[in-house]
Write a new protein. Sequence first.
Length: 333
Amino acid sequence: MSFLKSLVFACLAVLLAAPTILLASCSNTTAYKPSGLPGLIAFHSTRSKIEHVYTIRPDGGDERAISSENLTFDGPPAWSPDGSKIAFNSSRSEYWEIWTMDADGGNRVKLTDMKKLNSLPRWSPDGSKITFISQSSNADKDIFLDIYVVDPDGANLRQLTDTSTWASRLIETGDPDHPLTELARINGMPTWSPDGSKILFVSNRDGDGSKLAFYLMNADGSGQGKFGLFFDVEGIQPDWSPVTSKIVFTRGTAAKVDIWVMDGSSPFPGLTARQLTTDIDNNHDPVWSPDGQQIAFTSDKHGNDDIIIMNADGTKPRRVTYDKANDDFPSWR
């Protein structure tokens, strides 16, 4: 199992909590601007026992590998808003750094040189920034995940969250049985609000660290606080619709996960949460189509992970990929 999939299911294994402060400005949306390019889904696959990036049309046609070098592992892709570029992580420089490439796999540019495990890039709605998560550890092998941002040309790399202060403070209590000694310190899974002013993410910074919650921050990392009022909402892997206030996310346990949706403009988003997938399978990695009308996600319904598409209300799911390898982490232009 890949690091990212392990992270997703490790997060689901803890009791998921959620958010409690919502800023009304996050309900602002931007008009959908078609790229003029044909619809295409990029995804991560373990075909040929190597992890690479593939693209496929939403109807299942024109499937192709756009990264295929032997002994090079390329991680989950993310389309730029104009559909011309894909951000991804790659081991081609020894460490897992963030790269970009053209839609056909050409013109590859390394954006980071942090010598860490960096992954899950996400473009801002205007294409001017890319967020990603970065993993580090200390001498005690404690895991720290934080969110960074960088320009598409690799300039202006900046850390937005910092687990080291609160995690170290708890470690220094000297209590070897403290729950945080058994957990990763997580600030991760960022998604941009439609207007690009906010970033929604997952963190276990509060309490004993055994609970994850959605948090919100400004695009520059300031103003970090819980998301929502009073009521908790369980979930990880949020994706904010590019054209509405809806947020699709994953909810469940390590044994069973499903796709849910909630209203990000509500002061009580947990009360609006609605389950979209109700079968016996594991469903995760949800992302919106560019027009907000459909959702692509990963499902193990057919014995391995495949890319599935359904309507925004959860109806009419249909299979897109059919390979016996695992296909996951879709991104839709």
